[in-house]
Design a protein around this ligand. Structure first.
Ligand SMILES: *[C@@H]1O[C@H](CO)[C@@H](O)[C@H](O)[C@H]1NC(C)=O
Ligand SMILES: *[C@@H]1O[C@H](CO)[C@@H](O)[C@H](O)[C@H]1NC(C)=O
Ligand SMILES: *[C@@H]1O[C@H](CO)[C@@H](O)[C@H](O)[C@H]1NC(C)=O
Length: 412
């Protein structure tokens, strides 16, 4: 019933939604081999262009759920743009056990040339690249040069969340990034062999932050098939955010354009983002409790409100120990500096909760009404209270619009 309604409302790319839905469904289907052979076969059909998922043998089947030591651990942050994923990715970037890469699909995009994500060559190259990265294999010298250029050299400032700290630390640089003698200039170019050896030996988990919008066909289907490999373990952190925060921010970032009178872009983006979120949620909901262990749902606002309080659950999910320096960094990164000189020294410090709530005073209430029109159901499932056109509710910051208890919480 719900699906029908969403598909009808979703006017421009129904196929995308169906594929996204199928792919998320596939996550649990892939593990429940015996119970859902027919669905599983149907699912496999979708992958035959890439690589047929391996048939599990009996012994392996008994092993399902047990951790295999030789598998590379990966955590993949799945989200729409403008949902706080750069901030969350950067938290993992600062953990000493983590090999972090910001938006790995951008490498494919740059090497291939930007094309629609449905392009077959793009998809083939994306498959090869992701399959490599998820086991510390960096495919070719060209790929390594791209990482060199974009995640080590491009940004000269002291601080940039796009930089990968692991690529800027020993053995690639003489000093740790926190050391006063560290500089980008002191770091010679990386070579592929050292990169692969370091990824494997110094870091026991890879964390990636791919946006849904750059995935082949704009869904996680291919990524799930990449993860279905006996050398790779993947966990998925599904990050959601209040659509009233996502959509105006996407517009400000030029993800879409709006005509001030009709707000056509806002109409379409609200439909697109909220339909996709809702369908994903329904698939998470229908997973077996065992499968759900590989997934975590996180509301960006819960993190933004009190990052240090949320941190332990993120680390526990990833299988990472607490880290004192990470906590110290996070405390600074999520609070605005108090003095002007502090602010000059650390322009990257922002109040994370203020950022999450900014839409309440910056966005016109007719825009909020359009978003609520398309998103009210998914908002209520995720505990985001609608303002229903009330200017007072929207602008009065003492009114809480985030429910502590919400339906989707009970699905995990
Ligand atoms: C970098 O920091 C780690 C701990 O975070 C430490 O073990 C290591 O010795 C440091 N390396 C250098 C070159 O300072
Ligand atoms: C990585 O290594 C650390 C330190 O030895 C350990 O505490 C943690 O559980 C390991 N994590 C994973 C995901 O293997
Ligand atoms: C804002 O909301 C609070 C709590 O509902 C209320 O007590 C207060 O009067 C409101 N402030 C304004 C300026 O409307």
């Amino acid at each position: 019933m719900l699906h029908r309604r969403i598909l009808c409302r979703f006017s421009f790319r129904p196929i995308f939604i169906v594929l996204l839905a199928l792919s998320l469904g596939g996550v649990f289907i892939l593990k429940e081999y015996d119970d859902s052979v027919s669905v599983s076969q149907k699912y496999n059909e979708n992958f035959k262009d890439f690589e047929a998922p391996r048939k599990p043998d009996k012994e392996e089947h008994l092993d399902v759920g047990r951790e295999s030591k030789k598998k590379r651990e990966n955590l993949i942050i799945v989200t729409h743009g403008r949902s706080g994923s750069t901030f969350i990715g950067n938290i993992f970037n600062h953990h000493p056990n983590v090999f972090y890469l910001f938006e790995p699909y951008q490498t494919v995009e740059r090497l291939h040339g930007a094309v629609a994500t449905g392009d077959r060559d793009y998809q083939g190259e994306a498959f090869e690249w992701m399959k490599g990265i998820l086991q510390c294999d960096f495919v070719s010298t060209k790929h390594v040069q791209d990482l060199e250029r974009y995640y080590r050299r491009r940004y000269r400032k002291n601080y940039n969340p796009i930089k990968s700290i692991s690529l800027l630390s020993p053995p690639f640089c003489p000093y740790n990034t926190t050391h006063s003698s560290w500089s980008a200039e002191s770091c010679p170019p990386m070579d592929k062999e050292t990169l692969e050896a370091t990824c494997k030996s110094k870091y026991n988990i890879t964390v990636l932050k791919p946006l849904i919008g750059r995935m082949p066909n704009e869904n996680v289907k291919q990524l799930l098939s990449v993860c279905d490999n006996d050398r790779i373990n993947c966990k998925f952190l599904f990050l959601v955010r209040d659509p009233r925060g996502i959509i105006p921010s996407s517009r400000a970032f030029g993800f879409f354009k709006d005509d001030d009178d009709s707000l056509l872009g806002t109409h379409e983006w609200s439909k697109k983002i909220c339909s996709a979120t809702e369908i994903n949620l329904n698939f998470f909901r229908s997973m077996s409790s065992d499968e759900k262990k590989r997934f975590m749902l996180l509301r960006y606002e819960d993190l933004a409100k009190d990052p240090l309080k949320t941190l332990p659950s993120l680390l526990k999910f990833a299988g990472l120990p607490d880290d004192k320096n990470l906590r110290k960094w996070l405390d600074l990164a999520s609070h605005r500096p108090e003095t002007e000189s502090e602010r000059k020294a650390a322009a990257w410090r922002q109040d994370s909760w203020e950022g999450a709530e900014r839409w309440r005073w910056l966005v016109a209430s007719d825009v909020i009404s359009v978003i609520e029109k398309y998103c009210s159901h998914v908002m209520s499932v995720l505990g985001y209270k609608a303002v229903g056109g009330s200017h007072d509710l929207q602008k009065n910051l003492t009114v809480k619009l985030l429910e502590d208890s919400y339906e989707a919480l009970r699905w995990f």
